[in-house]
Ligand binder design. Sequence first.
Ligand code: G
Ligand code: G
Ligand code: MN
Ligand code: NA
Length: 253
Amino acid sequence: EWIRSALNGAEARGELSLWWQPQIALATGAVAGAEVLLRWHHPEKGLVSPAQFIPVAEATGLMVPIGHWVLEQALREWCSLAAEGVAPPRVAVNVSVTQLVRDDFTAIVKEALGRFDVPPSALELELTESMMADMPVARTRLAELEAIGVRLAIDDFGTGYSSLAYLSALPFDLLKIDAMFVQAIGSSSAADALVESFVRIAKALQMDTVAEGVERAEQADFLRCNGVALAQGYLFARPMPFSAFRDWMLRRT
Ligand code: G
Ligand code: G
Ligand code: MN
Ligand code: NA
C-alpha cells in the first residue's frame, strides 16, 4: 500500500515531528513530565496517525531508524526547553518492540543521552505491556536500561494479558493506566474497583501511576482521591506541536 513507500524517506523530507503532551501531578497541578507522540505530515494525505503507520514501519524495518530519530529529536527538543528554563522534569518516549529487541538498543540510548548531555533520570521509556509477553530478551534489556538510570514506564497497563508475577519481576518505575479504564470511571462499581486495584498493584510494586486519557474533572477527582499521582489528557492539554508546547510551558512559569 501507499504507506510503505511514502514512509520511506519521510524523516529525511522533514515530514515527521513530535507533539508534546504534559503529565500533571494531581496533588499540586505541577507539570511532572511530558510524553512525545510521533506525527507524520504526508504532503497529500495530511496528518497520518501513528496507529496507522507504526505497524507498517515495524513490518518494513523502518521502525528502528524512525525510533532512533524520535529519541534524538525528543532529547534535542528537551535540551532546547531546558536552555530556556522550561523543560518538564521528564520526557517520555514510546519505544517499539522492534527497537527493544535489538542488541544495540541500550548503547544507542546511552550514546544519545551523552551526546545531548541529558541526565538519564530525565528520560522515560514507555514500553507496552503486550511487548513484554513471551520475550526473554525484554528482561535483559530492561535490566541494562535500569542500570544506565533511565526511567521505565509500562504503557497501556491492563490491556496486554501479561501475568502480574512476570511484570513484578521487571524494573518498571511507572504504571500507565490505559485510557479505556479512565473513560469507564463512574460507569459502574466494577470499573471504579479496577482503577483502585491498579493503584494497589503499583503501590505494592513501588511504582508511580499515571492515568491516561483524562478528559473530565470528575475523573481527575476520582483519580486524585484514589492515590493516582499523575494524569495526562485533554482536560489538561492536548498533544501539541513543539513550539506550542514551548509557549504553553512559558505561559505557566
Ligand atoms: O498520539 P496518538 O494517540 O495518535 O498515538 C497512537 C499510538 O501511537 C499510541 O499507541 C502511541 O503509543 C503510538 N506512538 C506515538 N508515538 C510513537 C512513537 O514515537 N513510537 C512508537 N513506537 N509509538 C508511538
Ligand atoms: O498508547 P499511548 O498511551 O502511547 O497513546 C496515547 C494516545 O492517547 C495518543 O494517541 C494521544 O493522542 C491520545 N490521547 C491523549 N490524551 C487523550 C485524551 O484525553 N483522550 C483521548 N481520547 N485520547 C488522548
Ligand atoms: Mn505512550
Ligand atoms: Na497508553
